[in-house]
Design a protein around this ligand. Structure first.
Ligand code: ADP
Ligand code: ZN
Ligand code: ZN
Length: 740
């Protein structure tokens, strides 16, 4: 929708003929293709020829002039500087960074009267006045409802008559003044709990209370990790920290990785804070996002915004709190299009600059965050060790698929799992079954002994590559080690030694065959489309319309289904041996999260994991529930091997319609940057075909750079990297990629 900044960060230039003297961040009125629009001034190197972002359209044929100054400094200088700094961190032009940060349509919209928000009456108690004893019950109720101040409109909607309000006004007990109205989204208005009194905070447990204390002792700009299992009361802590910040007049941002988790989170915050809660995520319409943006620019009262990763950009000032719930979740990372940013990095950086405080919440923190804990790092640690309900976590049973095979049982579903599933309907219970989405590529594994072929240098599973003539070979994505595909297992000599990983679709079909008589519901990207897709499907399942919910990774994320007593994983191996450095860490996070789905109601739960590798550290630590011990082992392995986060990485991704052109461009680019890499102590792997070598007809190649921890990328700043690329080949820079 935007004027694409292009390789050189081009934007529209306008003429300031009237000498308005526009400055950076001013909102101005311009014409584009004859239509009046808002533009944001981005560059004033030549004062009479400022450059600006308007919207995506072919450039005007002639130089047009600026018609009027709409709002000086519409965006804050500090915010603008922050975006520019983040642009440089993400190796992208400031223009494209702004494009990613601003809501689509904010500038492009035809300016209309709605840009000037209406004024509304705001009522507030006059605290200096004594409360007379002769008030009517209704007047007393109004005074109670007014605590902290309310919009007259909302009070009327709540059923207070004008007479009651006038009565208190006349006696001087209440003050009234006109203020800028909040631009609530229609969704917000319909779901405002105006008719119900706001929910009271709960009395905190001792553990929760100490988290609040640690938070209060943080210096502005600092962060804490809130480490607590599901149900340990993390959200209640977020609510109370937010209440403090709002009361102090500071805004709050609550981020969640998954759009499917937004509705329940918004409901919870609205019950506590009413109409000061807004939503900002890709499920909102452009219009709603623009409204939320405008509201953030000129709020009538402190706001709390619940959103996904892009909400980290909202121009809220002063910002008191940023929460990242499920901080380990990979959805916080934007992979494409550029900018490739991680919302956690941006949140921490923004807090440091603005004096906000960050809370990272998780039951299974990322290794990055764990490594950054005090005293070595800057993040304080707080823990919630007990579930509020005192329910224990369900036990984990591992099913050794090698033994199943040895007994001649070759089904997808082992006998113990089958027994459990078949008993569900009678007991009135339900199960969730995770079918790990096939990794990008498959690895070679032995079905008899569980052996998986690893890179001798990197402790990462080697990936099976398929050439055009059907030839197969193995390759390590990290160091480019190559090997031949063997047909027999090097450990036990078995010939059940083949690439692992069947497509999700086929697994689903087979499952339906094997589970005859059980009612299945599928939960994956294909079946949960739309804003409320997740919710609808989960509601169907919760209503008992199926016995088993079968799905991919999404299944594990934050849902509360009291009748689920069994959580099962069909082939944990597909997770464990993804050819990715973080495969172990991410699978343990996922499996522990999945385990949290079982036994949330009255009946105890159970977890069943099918695998060919029951001795794998991830499985062992899952069974023992010792996540932190796993992290420290993993940290030691990565430190010794010099892998992230004990080194730094950067991916350069090339894609193009023509296979040969893209391959050549990758090779040329590699030669161009090789000297700088060598000079700065970085190594360069590739060019190599990307793990998914062809997507939507486009060929993809990549260069992987890795170098010392905390060192700058050995890449030229600005557009230089893109110069010399042939037409039709695109290049994206992903600093600190998540998938390696
Ligand atoms: P988490 O975010 O860690 O999963 P929640 O904050 O959702 O945990 O808490 C789990 C349940 O316990 C919720 O129903 C919540 O309302 C309740 N709860 C949380 N803290 C308290 C408390 N201090 N006293 C009573 N109930 C609480
Ligand atoms: Zn073997
Ligand atoms: Zn390797």
């Amino acid at each position: 929708m935007w004027l694409e900044a292009g390789r050189d960060g081009r934007s529209f230039t306008y003429l300031d003929r009237h000498g308005l003297g526009v400055g950076l961040g001013d909102l101005v009125l311009v014409r584009l293709r004859g239509r009046p629009m808002h533009g944001l001034v981005m560059e004033t190197r030549q004062p009479s020829l400022p450059k600006m972002l308007v919207r995506d359209a072919p450039a005007p044929r002639q130089l047009q002039e600026i018609e009027a100054l709409v709002q000086p400094a519409a965006i804050e200088p500090h915010w603008r500087e922050w975006i520019e700094a983040m642009a440089s961190r993400c190796h992208i032009s400031p223009f494209r960074m702004f494009k990613a940060a601003l809501p689509p349509g904010w500038l492009g919209q035809r300016p209309a009267s709605q840009t000037r928000p209406r004024k509304l009456w705001w009522l507030q108690l006059d605290s200096a006045q004594e409360r007379p004893s002769d008030l009517t019950t209704r007047q007393q109720e109004l005074i109670a409802a007014l605590d902290g101040g309310r919009w007259q409109r909302d009070l009327l909607a709540q059923g207070f008559g004008t007479a009651v309000i006038q009565g208190l006004l006349q006696r001087g007990l209440v003050q009234r003044d006109q203020r800028q109205a909040p631009l609530l989204t229609p969704g917000a208005i319909s779901r405002t709990t105006a008719l119900e009194p706001l929910e009271q905070p709960r009395a905190l447990t001792a553990e929760q209370h100490s988290v609040v204390e640690v938070f209060q002792c943080l210096d502005p700009g600092e962060a804490l990790l809130l480490w607590g299992v599901t149900g340990s009361g993390k959200t209640e802590v977020y609510l109370q920290l937010a209440a403090q910040e709002l009361a102090a007049g500071r805004h709050c941002l609550i981020l969640t990785p998954e759009i499917g988790l937004i509705p329940q989170l918004v409901d919870r915050f609205r019950r506590r804070f009413g109409s000061s809660v807004l939503e900002y995520h890709s499920g909102c319409s452009d219009r709603d996002r623009v409204r939320c943006w405008r509201e953030a620019l000129s709020p009538a009262a402190p706001l709390l915004v619940v959103g996904t990763r892009s909400a980290v950009f909202l121009p809220l000032t002063p910002l008191g709190l940023i929460v990242l719930d499920e901080e380990h979740d990979s959805s916080y990372k934007q992979e494409s299009p550029m900018p490739c940013y991680h919302a956690r990095d941006l949140a921490l950086d923004r807090a440091r600059r603005t004096g906000a405080k960050v809370v990272l919440g998780s039951a299974t923190p990322s290794l990055e965050t764990w490594k950054a804990l005090a005293p070595q790092g800057a993040i304080s640690l707080t823990r919630l060790t007990r579930r509020i309900s005192d329910q224990s976590l369900p036990p984990v049973h591992v099913i050794d698929m090698r033994a199943e095979l040895a007994d001649g049982h070759r089904r997808l579903i082992s006998r113990p799992l089958m027994d459990r599933l078949e008993a569900l309907p009678e007991a009135g219970e339900q199960a969730v079954v995770l079918v790990p989405r096939r990794g990008y590529s498959s690895f070679l594994s032995c079905r008899s002994c569980g052996e998986v072929v690893h890179c001798p240098h990197c402790d990462v599973a080697l990936t099976v590559h398929r050439g055009s003539a059907g030839h197969q070979w193995l390759r390590c994505h990290w160091c480019d080690h190559r090997a031949e595909v063997e047909s027999r297992c090097g450990e036990c000599g078995s010939s059940s030694f083949k690439p692992f990983g069947a497509g999700t679709q086929r697994v689903m079909e087979k499952l339906a065959e094997e589970l005859e008589g059980l009612r299945l519901l599928r939960f994956d990207r294909d079946t949960t489309g739309g804003r409320d897709g997740h919710r609808r499907l989960l509601e169907k399942f919760a209503a008992g319309e199926a016995d088993v919910l079968v799905g991919t990774q999404m299944l594990a994320k934050g849902m509360d289904l009291p009748r689920v007593t069994l959580a099962a994983v069909l082939a944990a191996d597909g997770l464990l041996h993804r050819p990715d450095l973080r495969a172990g860490e991410q699978s343990l996070q996922l499996l522990m999260q999945l385990a949290g789905r079982a036994g949330r109601g009255e009946r105890p739960g159970q977890v069943l994991v099918q695998t060919y590798c029951p001795d794998h550290p991830v499985i062992r630590h899952l069974v023992d529930g010792r996540y932190e011990e796993f992290l420290s082992l993993e940290a030691q392995l990565r430190r010794e091997a010099g892998l992230v986060p004990y080194s730094r990485a950067c991916l350069l991704r090339l894609s193009g319609d023509s296979a040969s052109k893209t391959a050549t461009a990758a090779a040329v680019l590699a030669e161009r940057i090789r000297p700088a890499c060598a000079g700065m102590g970085w190594s360069l792997v590739g060019p190599a075909p990307a793990p998914v070598a062809r997507v939507a007809g486009r060929c993809r190649w990549q260069l992987l750079l890795h170098g010392p921890e905390d060192s700058p990328l050995p890449l030229p700043q600005g557009a230089e990297l893109w110069q010399g690329l042939p037409r039709g080949v695109a290049l994206a820079v992903d600093p600190d990629p998540l998938n390696l």
